[in-house]
Design a protein around this ligand. Structure first.
Ligand SMILES: [Zn+2]
Ligand SMILES: [Zn+2]
Length: 287
């Protein structure tokens, strides 16, 4: 069956999200959009997790079902900020898990490292290497996916993240990473230019902070697979039944223009090349 899967969303317990996000609203607008598998968002948050347990039923397949028959997969996102080899690092990763029992074990492990209740996307000071060790010790089927890989601050390939490759970030566990999220500002064609990414499945999801249909599923993954966590893992890890991603026009993403807030300067890529990447306001000042 064709699954249109949005594998990264957030609950109302994450910063800067709609306070009206509920399972019912997510389902309602996902159905309207044509999305038929949704990440739950924020499984690390105790209040959201309690709601998920109340609203969603497990049947052993690893895919959860709402009371009205809509499908979800357990998903969270965490932020790691740390120093590695004397250099500051920061990165967001997506976590997918098979069932509530695994989620409980993930949350217990994370609780030893910090709090989970202040934000749906909690921040930790340990490394991605430690993250993989922790997760794989719990369940090899926890999928770890670098989130919105090209965004400047917390994307693995962003200019401020401190990393330039999956290997640099995950070191000896790089082979545990099977997919990256290309994010809203990039599309597969842009990622194909980097041959070191050829071995990764290029996923993309909405990272929606509300349930509105112009946000939910604005990027999504199309799978031709059966409805199970195993099939989803095969699609992510081996591209078995992975058809394509649904993409926004990448220029809609907010990272293609450059400029200075203080100089009130905004430049398109073409304009900034013409100016040799020097801010015209600064230039005027120094002359
Ligand atoms: Zn993120
Ligand atoms: Zn996110």
């Amino acid at each position: 069956m064709n699954l249109i899967a949005d594998l990264q969303i957030h609950s109302r317990f994450s910063r800067a999200t709609s306070s009206a996000i509920t399972i019912q609203n997510l389902e309602k607008y996902a159905r309207l959009k044509g999305v038929n598998l949704l990440g739950t968002g924020d499984f690390t948050h105790p209040k959201w997790l309690a709601e998920l347990k109340q609203e969603l039923k497990e049947d052993g397949s690893g895919i959860l079902t709402s009371k009205s028959g809509f499908h979800f997969v357990l998903q969270g996102e965490i932020s790691n900020i740390y120093t590695q080899d004397g250099k500051a690092r920061r990165i967001h990763t997506l976590l997918l898990a098979r069932n509530f029992d695994v989620v409980e074990q993930i949350n217990n492990a994370l609780l030893k490292k910090g709090r989970l209740d202040y934000d749906g996307r909690p921040i930790f000071g340990f490394s991605c290497i430690e993250l993989v060790e922790m997760m794989k010790e719990i369940d090899d089927d926890i999928e770890i996916i670098p989130a919105h890989s090209w965004t400047p601050w917390y994307g693995i390939f962003g200019s401020m993240s401190g990393f330039d490759s999956v290997e640099e970030c995950f070191k000896e566990y790089a082979n545990k990473i099977h997919a990256i999220e290309t994010g809203l500002s990039s599309d597969p064609a842009m990622n194909w230019r980097l041959s070191s990414l050829d071995k990764y499945t290029l996923l993309s999801s909405s990272d929606a902070h509300s349930f509105w249909p112009w946000r939910l599923g604005r990027e999504a993954n199309v799978f031709d697979i059966g409805l199970s966590y195993d099939a989803l893992l095969d699609a992510i890890r081996q591209r078995k039944g992975f058809v394509e991603t649904i993409e926004m026009w990448p220029h809609e993403g907010k990272y293609h223009y450059t400029g200075h807030r203080n100089c009130n300067v905004v430049l398109s890529p073409k304009e900034s090349i013409k100016l040799k990447n020097i801010c015209p306001a600064r230039n005027a000042e120094s002359h």
